[in-house]
Design a protein around this ligand. Sequence first.
Ligand code: RP5
Length: 339
Amino acid sequence: MLNQRSILALVSSISCFRALNPSLSVAGKTRQSCYTSTEKNFSFNNKYCISTIIQTRGMHEKARCAIYPLKGQADPVKRFTVPNDKVEWSVEWTDYSPLEFTAPFVLTAVWADPPLDKKDFSPSWNSLDEKVNRKSHEGDYKIQDGRPLNPHGRTGLSGRGILGRWGPNHAADPVVTRWQRDGAGSQILNTDSGLPVLEFVCIERGDGGGWAIPGGMVDPGEKVATALKREFMEEAMDSTQASSEENAENSALVDKFFSEGTEVYKGYVDDPRNTDNSWMETVVMSFHDSTGDSVGKLKLKAGDDAKNLKWMAIDDTLTLYASHKAFVKKVAELLKAHW
Ligand code: RP5
């Protein structure tokens, strides 16, 4: 019979494993990761089952998409194909030669790092570098040839792509939910699971990335709680276009509603913009209105980077940006809702 230690040794030897359970400790380090489309219920305390599910679970997939997501580029930026068994840096791969690509607009953007060879630019990796948070939620990342290495392995592209920071690019994602109700105000139960159905505030990204949680980047020196509120107000309440009176009223409502939240995830995001040297990380918070009274007062309207908004019913059929489906699933589990 395999015990937990031997299963971990075996799984790490096939090189493709990323732990999904936040409480699972690998080599003395707690690591969190993102679910993939192959996810299934699996417990390390119950049956051990080595299968392709384990081999592919948690491994970044969208971060290896064939064509890099960049609009208005005549020639598509193509990633070097990275098969599952070559994702881990620990697997030697002498033929690996990814394209080096950083979008020209990133090189001059005020919100971005300069090139690594720029005089006077000497970032402090794995630490708070003045106001820029270069720490990963997942522990220390490696530096190779002066560059941070993606902690989830090869992506088929080096440089920063369209991300601003070398290493982790920090975001915050608010999952705002209410129960789906019928005309009489009663909760709707799913006929298969018998569990109540949740709805969450979902936006359609303006960059063509599809439907998503209305999250965004944490600015240098900004608190995650502030970024959660700011991004929600910008993308789901159109605060950049609203009057100052409207914003003051909305801000008070959001403050009240966001005063009680639960963290459901903190770590790497399987984002299609990730590269070998630049990647997204996030903190996901659940904000739930159990009565339907408080979110009803929020005046929702897509704004800023969002081009559309709706209350989206939550279940396993969702298709969302990056790892957002896994994040929403965590909220459904937390609230014992239908999935
Ligand atoms: C994702 O990108 C995060 O989960 C977050 O939702 C988002 C932040 O990037 P922008 O929406 O600001 O582009 O990885």
